[in-house]
Design a protein around this ligand. Structure first.
Ligand SMILES: Nc1ncnc2c1ncn2[C@@H]1O[C@@H]2COP(=O)(O)O[C@H]2[C@H]1O
Ligand SMILES: [Zn+2]
Length: 774
């Protein structure tokens, strides 16, 4: 073989010159490769060279016969050897395969060197490496057929393709080599682990189970919406095993046992069962119960190992890991595009206008990968485990940085748009100057390598999404990017004061108006939320908080977003430095059942996430014995006069203090339940002056009560809306509050009283006194 740059001359004969160009290699992972093409059993490139180079003048028939003979000769030649690597690259690929036990093994390179057949060659190599061919007396032709068919039956999805299977198989191999696990496994367990890894995503359609369900796909019906894809992958594996007769020489019982093992391993990769497995794994480790001399323990560990392998791409080197992230994002977005077209709900992580690569990665790492690998390291605290975790942490940091930059840019863009739109029409501005408000500087990118951008991802706040226009009296906002990268909003100039907005609040401005600049505001409730978010920017403790706030105010998306986050529950936070609201996700460990309303609190799996004060989210463990309903806290009657003595109870016997900002319930005159949000140190509007002149405001502290019969519960989550802001005039506030919320309203004597928005006429009597009962 001769080599010239990217072109290698494989061999010559009378009629043809076999040329391979590295840049022209078709990989099966390319999405544009037709499905028919993948049905061919041998490398596409070889067909191509046969067909294209053989151009000697012959009749069609002769030409066909000649090509067929040549092809058959080649096929025979190939089948004689275990490896089908073509001559040009076999040396390099073989050399690369000698490092297959290294975690930093580059599967993309192997794919290139094997002309897109990494799964096949890797598998053959591993069968030899683990001595499976000899141990199980496997027929090499059947094995070759089996592995070829497996590879062919992976589709050319961006992510779920044969290359992903190869990647997972290589990871699985690394785990099998770990002393603790590998030394205990029987050959049959090794065989099942390798076969399960190779086939675990067989014939993956590139969309998730939910998509199949929504679109009425027969697979969803066939498997009753239960681990639909995984059942399909397993069935495919069994079909290929039986078609090729690879294990026909084993007894029926052995074959059935083997198929069951594979089933259980593949079904464990259902990502919706992640928590279930991580929790059990953790419990086993806590109790020191994972005794690998028991077959059941070994099997469970193999399930975990396969799960780790399946989501291990964020634990690879940044260079490799990033490529997987791009691919998976690509696939998700393709699904979202289809869903948009079909006018069905766009699945979590699948909206290219909302779910950017860095958002997807940060969530995936935080909620899926890290919890699992942390436990894996406990189980097998080896160099490999540490190495993987190190990569994971580095990658996590990079995606976090990318996310912060991305969102800061989106925010800056929104501010720029707001500014541009606030300019009188006759003022001519051009180019960037038109978009840069005074005082605005572009955020410097964080120091790292350039990060990938997701193809087609648009800024969430790009002007094309805007639906609201700005009125003449809108305040001007000025964004400034501080040295730390945080965004701060400067105060608007005096000329931008809003009618009805107290001058003494010059440090704040009208969020209600400002939110008109937010393109996704659609309803009064959205307006209210957007206002709260924008206001919060003033004191938001970090860019992350700001960004989360913004994210939340995409109220058209946040419900599904929350559900997608697989753990966080939405809560709201009152910043310590002012009467401002921002929103934050509170991680409470497992999928939220409900979207938490502002001021609410929620319990998920024994953890309470509640509205918090002091700028930090709070989750509280529910100790056993405490109430089944942590959302119903009881506040003592001293609350109004001695706020610090307020006691909150998770149940009538408990004696916990009510956390600032957490929810409380009370009985009003023994007649109806009320719910309140407790906030400490929240200044009043100047007109209120705090004090006890009205029940809602106590010594500069605020407690708002909402009639539960009005606000009600959603599930077991009380709907207590935070309805106070000194930055919004009372009139504006009341016009934008959601039904059932409570507001602070001016009395004729300039004090304030709490009112339910819907209860203007009858609430005053109730509010004069708050007899609170336990
Ligand atoms: N880097 C990644 N980012 C986001 N999701 C991922 C990533 N890698 C794997 N996944 C998801 O995790 C799932 C694990 O099971 P699947 O391979 O069926 O499908 C996978 C993807 O949906
Ligand atoms: Zn997979």
């Amino acid at each position: 073989m001769q080599r010239r740059g990217g072109i290698s001359f494989d061999r010559t004969d009378k009629n043809a010159l076999y040329i391979r160009m590295l840049g022209d290699v078709r990989t099966r992972s390319k999405p544009d490769l037709g499905r028919e093409r993948r049905r061919s059993s041998f490398p596409d490139i070889d067909y191509k060279t046969f067909e294209e180079c053989d151009d000697s003048p012959r009749s069609n028939l002769r030409s066909y016969t000649h090509r067929w003979k040549r092809r058959r000769r080649w096929l025979n030649l190939s089948l004689q050897t275990v490896s089908l690597l073509d001559e040009a690259y076999s040396g390099q690929a073989r050399h690369l395969l000698t490092t297959v036990t290294d975690w930093d093994f580059d599967i993309f390179m192997l794919d290139k060197l094997t002309n897109g057949r990494s799964l096949f060659h890797l598998s053959i190599h591993l069968f030899q490496h683990h001595n499976l061919i000899q141990t199980f007396n496997l027929d090499i032709v059947k094995l070759t057929q089996f592995l070829s068919l497996v590879e062919e039956n992976y589709n050319n999805n961006p992510y779920h393709n044969a290359l992903h299977a190869a990647d997972v198989t290589q990871a699985m191999h690394c785990f099998l080599r770990e002393r603790k696990l590998g030394a205990r496994l029987t050959p049959l367990e090794v065989l099942s682990a390798v076969v399960a890894a190779i086939t675990h995503d067989l014939d993956h359609p590139g969309v998730n189970q939910e998509f199949l369900r929504k679109t009425g796909n027969y697979l969803a019906t066939l498997y009753n919406n239960h681990s639909v894809l995984e059942h399909h992958h397993w069935r495919g594996c069994v079909a290929l095993l039986r078609t090729t007769g690879l294990l026909n020489h084993l007894s029926l019982q052995e074959r059935q046992d083997f198929e069951c093992q594979i089933q259980s391993l593949i079904l464990a990769t259902d990502i919706s069962r992640q928590n279930e497995f991580v929790t059990s794994f953790k419990q086993y480790l806590d109790k020191g119960d994972l005794t690998l001399h028991l077959p059941a323990s070994r099997h469970f560990t193999l399930q975990i190992a396969l799960k780790c392998a399946d989501v291990s791409n964020p634990c690879r080197t940044w260079k490799v890991s990033r490529r997987w992230s791009e691919r998976v994002t690509d696939e998700f977005h393709n699904q979202g595009d289809q869903e948009r077209k079909l006018k069905v709900d766009i699945a979590n992580s699948c909206d290219r206008y909302r779910d950017t690569i860095s958002r997807i990665q940060t969530g995936f790492i935080q909620f899926i990968v890290e919890p699992l690998f942390v436990q894996w390291e406990r189980f097998s605290p080896t160099r490999l485990a540490r190495h993987m975790i190190n990569h994971l942490r580095v990658n996590k940091q990079r995606w976090n940085g990318a996310l912060a930059t991305e969102l800061a840019e989106a925010e800056a863009a929104a501010a720029a748009v707001a500014f541009a739109e606030s300019q009188p029409e006759d003022v001519e501005m051009s180019g960037q100057a038109a978009m840069d408000p005074p005082g605005y500087r572009q955020a410097p990118p964080p120091g790292n390598d350039p990060l990938p951008t997701s193809p087609g991802v648009e800024s969430e706040t790009s002007s094309s999404h805007r639906t609201n226009s700005q009125s003449d009296d809108d305040p001007t906002t000025f964004a400034e990017v501080s040295g730390s990268g945080d965004i701060r909003f400067e105060e608007p100039g005096p000329s931008n004061n809003i009618p009805g907005h107290s001058a003494s609040h010059s440090g704040q401005w009208d969020g209600t108006k400002l939110c008109n600049h937010i393109p996704f505001v659609r309803s009064p409730l959205d307006t209210y939320r957007a206002a709260m978010t924008i206001i919060s920017l003033h004191d938001a403790p970090s860019t992350e908080d700001i960004l989360t706030s913004i994210q939340l105010d995409r109220s058209d998306v946040f419900h599904s977003k929350l559900k997608s986050l697989n753990g966080p529950v939405l809560s709201a936070i009152v910043n310590s430095s002012g009467p401002t609201l921002s929103a934050r996700l509170v991680d409470v460990g497992s999928p939220p059942v409900e979207v938490l309303k502002d001021g609410g609190c929620a319990r998920v799996n024994g953890t309470v996430g509640s509205v918090c004060y002091n700028g930090s989210s709070r989750t509280t463990d529910l100790h056993s014995g405490h109430s089944a309903s942590p959302t119903a806290r009881t506040v003592s009657s001293q609350e109004c006069s001695k706020p610090d003595d307020v006691t909150a109870k998770l149940d009538p016997k408990a004696d916990d203090k009510l956390h600032h900002g957490s929810c409380a319930t009370s009985r009003n005159n023994g007649t109806h339940d009320r719910i309140a949000t407790w906030l400490q140190n929240a200044p009043f509007p100047p007109s209120c002056n705090g004090g006890s002149t009205h029940p809602g405001c106590v010594q500069g502290k605020l407690s708002r009560w909402t009639d539960i019969s009005e606000a009600g519960f959603e599930g077991n989550i009380p709907k207590a809306h935070i309805a106070y802001s000194s930055t919004i005039s009372h009139e504006q506030l009341n016009s934008t509050l959601p039904i059932g919320a409570t507001s602070c309203r001016k009395n004729s004597d300039d004090s304030c009283r709490s009112e339910d928005v819907k209860m203007d006429t009858d609430s005053s009597a109730d509010d004069e006194q708050e007899p609170i009962q336990h």
